[in-house]
Write a protein that binds this ligand. Structure first.
Ligand code: NAP
Length: 283
């Protein structure tokens, strides 16, 4: 029977440690770290994510500068806002909530985020640093996955790691982080042949697909470490992951559940990245 690692608990511990660090800075007379959140439009999912991020920031003592722009905002206005935040000395981190409303050019906007404030790790400079294994900001979900593997007590050097999914936000960066830790990494995607067989070689299996209960016990090697990134809604309205938890759990060393797995770690890593930006700018 595998160990279940709850991201919600790991995140709670890490947030408490972060709050202590911020309280200490404040008690020494320094200002609070500040995260600028730029939200364009009223996409309900984005509004809800932003609300969650604001609440989490408030709990640890990070100030949020919220910039809610109208759905009809022009590319130029959006870019002016990002430039202003990049130049503002009192702002440590910038979060551009994605997706942007139709018609706006996401990539062009992202590149205007100052790399030392790029707490989502999305600029080309941050991506380049990750691929060169140089210090820089890493996207929050992959960072959370690495923290969960560490919590599982999984040493990565020399291990076979298989990542299902190659998205810019999750699959590709987590594969790079695993490789940077000396795992031997295989990246799978929708065109991969013999997926089950490839996955059965994995000591570490990361599922970031977006397909409910796709990974069954047939994909899993005995004793593997399994991270389920997927967030899917079942017909009954409940959330489930990409991994068929009940079938897989008896075979693993450790596994993350959905919900309460990777999701809470993503927000926690945003808080930690913001603090890191604050600290390195202060220094
Ligand atoms: P995405 O951009 O849609 O990428 C999905 C990846 O899965 C693609 O690389 C795709 O391959 C691959 N794929 C799809 N069907 C496949 C199949 N049958 N066999 C093998 N590979 C297949 O999604 P994403 O943004 O990476 O997110 C993945 C999941 O994680 C979603 O459920 C999302 O909601 C969740 N998520 C969770 C968090 C969190 O905080 N917990 C954060 C981000 C995302 P191709 O490249 O060939 O199309």
């Amino acid at each position: 029977m595998g160990q279940i690692i709850y991201g919600s608990e790991v995140a709670k511990e890490r947030r408490a440690a972060l709050k202590e660090k911020i309280d200490m800075q404040r008690s020494e007379g320094r200002r609070a770290p500040c995260l600028a959140v730029i939200l364009a439009g009223d996409n309900p999912a984005s509004l809800s994510y932003v609300k969650g991020k604001e609440k989490a920031c408030a709990e640890v003592g990070i100030e949020v500068k919220m910039m809610h722009l109208p759905e009809t905002v022009s590319q130029q206005e959006l870019e002016n806002n990002i430039r202003q935040c990049s130049e503002d000395d009192k702002i440590d981190g910038i979060l551009l909530q994605l997706p942007l409303p139709q018609g706006l050019q996401e990539n062009r906007a992202i590149q205007l985020i100052s790399p030392d404030k790029d707490v989502d790790g999305l600029t080309e400079i941050s991506v380049g640093r990750l691929y060169l294994n140089e210090p820089g900001f890493v996207p929050c979900t992959p960072l959370g996955i690495m923290a969960l593997l560490q919590k599982m007590g999984c040493s990565l050097s020399g291990k076979n790691a298989v990542v299902i999914g190659r998205s810019k936000l999750v699959g590709a960066p987590v594969a790079r982080l695993l490789q940077n830790e000396n795992a031997t990494v295989t990246i799978c995607h929708s065109k991969t042949h013999n997926l089950e067989q490839v996955c059965r070689q994995a000591d570490v299996l990361v599922a970031a697909i977006g397909r409910p209960l796709f990974v069954t016990d047939a994909f899993v090697k005995e004793g593997a470490y399994v991270i389920d990134v997927g967030i899917n809604r079942k017909a009954d309205g409940h959330l489930c992951g990409d991994v068929d938890f009940d079938k897989v759990m008896p075979h693993v060393s450790a596994i993350t559940p959905v919900p309460k797995g990777v999701g809470p770690m993503t927000i926690c890593m945003l808080l930690e990245n913001t603090y890191q930006a604050y600290e390195s700018r202060r220094q």
